[in-house]
Design a protein around this ligand. Structure first.
Ligand code: ADP
Length: 541
């Protein structure tokens, strides 16, 4: 027997309709590429997203056609999120930090028909345009006056976004779409092999938005002012552009200005209560907070994810400034959020050190995400907080297959293998030890490079740390610590190694420290360990 409720499919356009109807005057503030601060609201965003939809109609784009973006976090990108997906096309956000050859490969693989870009990325567009023959229109996200003549001459079919929108009227009815229809796509950064396309649906996106807004996830309400530092060009800014419309909160977009001083002043001036980003971003903000001896006035909590948040960073926010840290884990294939770390009542009475031990885990699953940890043969391991194995996940916003990869689905018996090596405790708190390709196995036992890095980061002389496996005749592999010192700081290998005593088992302590000027980072800000290992090995011969 079927239930007798309305079969109303989930649809991204409904989010912006809702926000415009009930929170129409709530502000959307953007630091623009043009340099100024721009203010709009949900009501105006709805009107302009409808113009985007009409513009795509006028270009002859069919339902399901891909529209690429190379853009910062800002109101125009936000309009594209709704105008493109709401009209049944697929928003394909591209990561401008990738190499131009990879951008060309991804544009052609996704078969993008239109490419919208911020003027910052005009040099990329100029470099790739002739190699992307299927793009019918290049759209500069500015008014016609901001497009230089040379660019106009170099890129055929170049249009101004503002001129395009001015030519449309905002009277538009969103099409009825099947809830499993594709809405947006994002490619993984492809540190090994070609990038892989993850194709999200209206259903997966709206369910994910509901889930991340929950109190034990990021706890969003209409009273928040949210600043996503995490880019809209990678995994939909962790879903915040959708969850914000779902609750009707104020949005503050930082544009290209992501340094600590710019973020601090924008947060301070706009009453930002919640912000989300990767650890390296927070180092810059914390530095600024230290200089000003205060936090941005209204800041209550930050979400840290993408890489592990060190205990020293969590403590700096919480103990130094009363800003609550929520540590989160996820991946492109998971829309991206899988787990968020919030404490339970039983943790509140714990001594500070034990409470911090919980907070440095990547947290527990939000409803909708199922977890398992398995050994090398795929057999379940106990969730005892000690047994180490690969994490498998399952749920309605987790990938089933990659877009036209030409390979079988990555799923194993319906579960997606994350490639993360973890422990899970009885309450479901996940501790990520490593990526499986980066693990260190010494004498047959795991050493968590993330733990080793986090401890190093607590040393006052360390700006950045990476721990990698080095081949070892006796133990197979041993950890080596690679460190970038803070400007002007001095510290010797012996002092850093002594810093580990009493903090980890003796055999976890790295065999040596290498001081370097820089550690290679990928397009999403993560340490490229394979490249680092190659660099070290090359320096050794
Ligand atoms: P890519 O950078 O390859 O596109 P994602 O941005 O999807 O991939 O990153 C996913 C990976 O990032 C996870 O599988 C995990 O290894 C790592 N990661 C994400 N959040 C955390 C975290 N809080 N702590 C440690 N690792 C994390």
């Amino acid at each position: 027997m079927n239930g007798m409720m309305q079969a109303h499919g989930l649809n991204i356009a409904d989010l912006i309709e809702f926000a415009a109807r009930y929170h129409g005057d709530t502000e959307i503030v953007s630091r623009r590429v043009e340099g100024d601060l721009h203010r709009t609201n949900y009501a105006e965003i709805l009107g302009r997203s409808k113009r985007v939809a009409r513009a795509l109609d006028s270009m002859g784009l069919a339902v399901g056609d891909r529209v690429g973006t190379l853009a910062w976090n800002g109101y125009r990108h936000f309009e594209l999120y709704y105008g493109v997906s709401g009209s049944g096309r697929v928003l394909h956000t591209l990561n401008p930090r990738l190499h131009p050859d990879q951008i060309v490969w991804i544009i052609n693989h996704a078969d993008d028909h239109v490419l919208c870009f911020d003027m910052t990325f005009a040099p990329i567009v100029q470099a790739v345009a002739s190699r992307c023959p299927r793009i019918r229109h290049w759209v500069a996200l500015c008014d016609a006056g901001h497009i230089p003549v040379e660019l106009q001459q170099a890129v055929p079919n170049l249009r101004s976004y503002e001129a395009l929108l001015a030519g449309q009227n905002g009277d538009y009815a969103w099409p009825e779409l099947e809830e499993n229809a594709a809405s947006s796509m994002c490619y993984t950064s492809g540190t090994t092999g070609n990038p892989k396309g993850v194709l999200y649906s209206h259903r997966s996106t709206v369910l994910h938005a509901y889930a991340i807004a929950l109190p034990d996830a990021i706890n969003l309400s209409a009273r928040d002012a949210v600043l996503p530092v995490v880019p809209m060009f990678h995994v939909n800014a962790w879903g915040i552009p959708y969850a914000a419309a779902l609750v009707g909160c104020k949005l503050v977009f930082p544009g290209p200005s992501l340094d600590g001083a710019s973020l601090f002043s924008l947060m301070d001036a706009e009453g930002v209560t919640f912000a989300a980003g990767v650890p390296t971003i927070w180092l810059g903000l914390l530095n600024q907070m230290q200089q000003q001896a205060r936090k941005p006035a209204a800041l209550q909590r930050v979400l840290i994810g993408g890489s592990a948040a060190p205990a020293s960073m969590i403590a700096a926010f919480q103990d130094g400034y009363g800003v609550e840290v929520r540590h989160a884990w996820g991946m492109t294939e998971m829309s991206p959020v899988g787990t968020v770390c919030t404490l339970k009542n039983k943790h509140l009475e714990l001594p500070a050190l034990q409470r911090m031990a919980v907070q440095t885990t990547q947290g527990r699953p939000i409803f909708g995400v199922e977890l398992r940890v398995v050994d090398g043969d795929g057999k379940d391991l106990p969730c005892d907080g000690r047994s180490v194995g690969e994490l498998l996940v399952k749920g309605p916003w987790i990938v089933e297959d990659y877009y036209q990869s030409g390979k079988p689905s990555p799923l194993r018996d319906g579960w997606f293998p994350t490639g993360d090596v973890v422990t899970i405790d009885p309450d479901g708190y996940v501790r990520i030890m490593d990526r499986s390709k980066d693990v260190i196995k010494s004498g047959g036992e795991w050493i968590s490079s993330i733990d080793i890095e986090n401890i190093a980061m607590a040393h006052p002389a360390v700006a950045m740390a990476a721990c990698v496996a080095m081949p070892d005749a006796k133990w197979d592999e041993r950890p080596l610590l690679v460190v970038v010192k803070k400007p002007g700081a001095t510290v010797a290998q012996e002092e850093l190694l002594a810093f580990y005593e009493g903090k980890v088992a003796k055999w976890w302590i790295p065999d040596g420290v290498r001081f370097v000027d820089a550690i290679p980072l990928g397009a999403t800000g993560k340490i490229l360990k394979n490249k680092l290992r190659e660099q070290i090995q090359a320096a050794m011969v």
